[in-house]
Design a protein around this ligand. Structure first.
Ligand SMILES: [Zn+2]
Length: 91
């Protein structure tokens, strides 16, 4: 997913850092734990899980429940990673 957004990861293994896409970042301050699929920026305090990240990047508001519900479907269409995300039951 990171490469889709032209984000260059710094570091190897499950814990990497990248230039934060959520503020005007000049050094890698956004930590990403690939194993847990969570991120947290030490500079602007952005953080969350993979779905929050996707919602942010696509201009959805993770704090808005109805917008966040769109994110898994959109993410699945773009990346085919729906198996990693919780599905709403019987919609
Ligand atoms: Zn940031």
């Amino acid at each position: 997913m990171l490469s889709h957004y032209s984000i260059t990861p710094h570091g190897t293994g499950d814990k990497i850092k990248n230039i934060c896409p959520f503020h005007n970042d000049h050094k890698p301050s956004c930590g990403v734990n690939l194993e847990k699929q969570v991120y947290n920026c030490f500079a602007c305090d952005a953080g969350g899980n993979a779905l929050d990240f996707f919602a942010h990047m696509e201009g959805l508001d993770p704090s808005n429940a109805s917008e966040l519900r769109k994110a898994p479907l959109a993410a699945a269409e773009m990346f085919g990673i729906d198996q990693a995300l919780e599905r709403p039951a019987n919609e």
